[in-house]
Design a protein around this ligand. Structure first.
Ligand SMILES: Cc1cc2nc3c(=O)[nH]c(=O)nc-3n(C[C@H](O)[C@H](O)[C@H](O)COP(=O)(O)OP(=O)(O)OC[C@H]3O[C@@H](n4cnc5c(N)ncnc54)[C@H](O)[C@@H]3O)c2cc1C
Length: 409
């Protein structure tokens, strides 16, 4: 009998696993169960397109025909509810079951709600799925004052989409600045200033503890008791891996399903990739990581050894007429220093972090040509030894990197 792979979840990690499995093995059975009623789509376009075209066909990662040509038995709208690894069997929400030889958990994550005192369960919003986006798009028409809890990329992109539709938006961030893990103070200040120029208010160092209203939202309250009137609350405050289906199994998990560098779990024929997986203490939470891990899992599931090398995290934001890029380590420490060039008035900022003669991180606002070069230099671990870089300009350093990269190619 032909061997069978089942993939739970139909996101980008699943797509890259399928691609890789088929590159190596044209005949193995591949079955995919996806909870959402859609084919895998570009989830990261949801915030960018929030007020635009949300038709499924315009968002797909691969055409629907691609799954046929790759001989995938794809079942959208089918949720897996339980797994029994010792019987190599899983159960679906409709009570049916299916058996596998190898299983890939690619069932992603959900947005983690902030701890809020509220009776507004039905009138709180978040953006994780296409259905969420359509719900927000429909409901926002009758709303005018919106509070976005969370000042990360998703919250800022959502604010940008809404403010272009004449909505009054307030972004509330619990940390000391907007995307505190990806931007330093100067860069975050440029982003804040640009948002304010478009009429979006930003509150940092602020925790929302309560959403008020009976049937519909009337406002929020901060930890220090300040009441802010609004008629809609959207949260984007981090993610949590979807681990419910592991209940009752011995599959090891912490914040995500624990995997090794082949994406294998502690059960040899079960793999995990993407937002559901935790590798070396970290749940990726990024598109590029889910792609890379899906590829690694798919390859190893058909016995072509491939090892995951951690992807350096990249954040790109195009909103409020700003191009923002952040990658890798963006803090100075004993062994890391940085070269900075800034023109705050003109919204231009570059800061490049160097450790042990290698570029380990960068923040760029304004000139995204620089970011392409820096991304390549970080990924290729280009050496920058031989000079005292603390005395060299950003342009000087970039010219050096360009030459080094040309030499390497
Ligand atoms: C609005 C938004 C903007 C983003 N922007 C960026 C960005 O700019 N850059 C970036 O790098 N990343 C971004 N991300 C994150 C990125 O989209 C995710 O890291 C990526 O989608 C993870 O892919 P995945 O395949 O692991 O999981 P997912 O894309 O979450 O797919 C998992 C699928 O599994 C399904 N599923 C869950 N449980 C079950 C079950 N029990 N049975 C069957 N199916 C199940 C889910 O419904 C889902 O369809 C963004 C995310 C969002 C929501």
């Amino acid at each position: 009998m032909r061997k069978k792979i089942i993939i739970v979840g139909a996101g980008v990690a699943a797509v890259h696993a399928i691609k890789t499995i088929r590159e190596h093995n044209p005949s193995i059975d591949i079955t995919v169960y996806g909870e959402e009623p859609f084919y895998p789509y570009y989830r990261l376009k949801l915030s960018k397109n929030l007020m635009g075209n949300l038709a499924e066909d315009g968002l797909l990662i691969q055409t629907k025909a691609w799954y046929e040509t790759h001989r995938v038995n794809f079942y959208p709208g089918r949720k897996v509810v339980r797994i029994a690894p010792d019987q190599q069997t899983l159960w679906l929400a409709d009570g049916s079951c299916d058996m596998y030889d190898s299983l890939l958990l690619a069932n992603g994550a959900a947005n983690n709600p902030p701890p809020l005192e509220t009776g507004l369960a039905g009138d709180l919003y978040t953006l994780r799925t296409l259905a969420d986006a359509r719900r927000i798009q429909k409901r926002v028409l009758e709303k005018s004052r919106i509070v976005n809890i969370g000042g990360g990329v998703q919250g800022i992109e959502t604010a940008w989409a809404l403010c272009q539709h004449q909505k009054k938006v307030l972004v509330v961030e619990i940390g000391p600045r907007l995307f505190p893990n990806q931007l330093d103070e100067a860069a975050a200040a440029i982003v804040k200033k640009s948002m304010e120029a478009f009429g979006v208010q930003v509150l940092t160092d602020t925790r929302i503890t309560k959403a008020c209203g009976e049937q519909a939202c009337e406002g929020v309250v901060t930890a220090d008791g300040q009441r802010i009137d609004c008629d809609m609350v959207i949260y984007a405050t981090g993610i949590r891996s979807n681990l419910d289906i592991l209940e009752g199994t011995s599959i090891k998990r912490d914040r995500g399903v624990l995997v090794d560098d082949t994406m294998q779990t502690n059960i040899p024929n079960i793999y995990a990739a993407g937002d559901v997986a935790e590798y070396m203490g970290r749940v990726g939470g990024l598109w590029s990581i889910a792609m890379a891990q899906g590829k690694v899992a798919g390859s190893n599931m058909v016995h072509y050894p491939l090892f995951y090398r951690p992807v350096v995290p990249v954040t790109v934001l195009n909103a409020f007429q700003l191009g923002v890029f952040s990658m890798g380590t963006i803090v100075e420490s004993n062994d890391t220093f940085s070269v900075i060039e800034e023109d705050i008035q003109a919204n231009r900022y570059s800061r490049i972090f160097i450790r042990e003669n290698r570029i380990v991180g960068a923040i760029v606002i304004g000139d995204l040509n620089r970011s392409n070069l820096l991304k390549r230099a970080i990924e290729k671990e280009v050496e920058v030894n031989g000079r005292d870089w603390t005395t060299v300009s950003v342009d000087g350093l970039l010219s050096h990197l360009r030459r080094q990269l040309e030499r390497q190619s």
